[in-house]
Design a protein around this ligand. Sequence first.
Ligand SMILES: Nc1nc2c(ncn2[C@@H]2O[C@H](COP(=O)(O)OP(=O)(O)O)[C@@H](O)[C@H]2O)c(=O)[nH]1
Ligand SMILES: [Mg+2]
Length: 324
Amino acid sequence: MSPDYSYLKRDISVTVAGLEDSGKTYFINRLLGYSPSQVFSTMGVNHELYNADGIILGITDLGGLPSFRKTLWKSFISRSDALIYVTDITKREQLTESKKWLSRSLNWLKEENPVLVLFNMRDEKFSSSEVKSIIKRFSNGIRKRNINYLSTSFSSGKNFDQTVNWLASSIIQQLIVDKITVEMFISYIKTSNGVYEMRLTTPQSHLNSDVLSPVIQCKFSSSQFPIIEILKYRDRQFIMAADDSVSCWLVTTRMEQIRSTNLLTKLLLEFVKDLQGINKTERSLTETEISRYLLNNIIDKQVFWSVKSTPLFEISLIRDFQDE
Ligand SMILES: Nc1nc2c(ncn2[C@@H]2O[C@H](COP(=O)(O)OP(=O)(O)O)[C@@H](O)[C@H]2O)c(=O)[nH]1
Ligand SMILES: [Mg+2]
């Protein structure tokens, strides 16, 4: 048998932990679309890959039996980018034990990495006030910056989508927010009126044309295949993704971590694809529509944008653009 290198493909690693029989494996199987018929207690560790909006999440299913908790958890959780912690709310006698292991897990995880705590088996008879009070008692005394609590039922599907959305967006964005500062976003969009150039700049930025003009150009892919460029110039990093009618640039401070750059590049490419999708409807977008779309998606949803203060915004039409 040849060795399996598939784990190398993952962009982010997410660990799913919790006491035995809380629903971890069931959740992961459902996420991956496996049939839930075979259920065995997880012996040790399982690795799975999940594609969330083009970002490959490596999901580690940690066995919850006491022998695994003592040996395996620390080494996996401390190397993980995010933690999903599952607890079974029907087992009241285990809640204290579960909380104890959550606290330990939080000590192993890096402080800035996001955590989602799921109170599972919500389909069993519980009133919402009972669930609220369990969550309140459980979370009492736990101090952690990026922590979310959610009650779920994986068998009925309650809050399953929210959990998956959290996986896809919050993990990725939190990681980017923590590790990367984007100073400027520039996009070029071809429409029947000409090419629109749109710039968003953080108010704190000292970027001037000496830094920008040697690098940033209005260019598109000459085929249906998208193009990507990553350049370093004067203490800045420039990332570009473009297809044949949309081109987006990010100017960031230099990143030590290659992985953050890869993630940002993938997100930018996804963004270009979305924008291309709305631009390719029968009539092209107007200036107002472009502005609204970009402002909503970049600033309100904080895609790429880690800065809370409102960025400076400019949009203009480049009339003399020559299509080659
Ligand atoms: N009623 C109910 N049963 C569930 C739910 N999630 C998981 N289970 C069941 O709980 C048992 C333990 O689940 P499993 O995923 O193996 O737990 P793990 O040890 O944490 O991996 C299985 O029989 C699942 O079918 C749920 O939301 N509601
Ligand atoms: Mg399991």
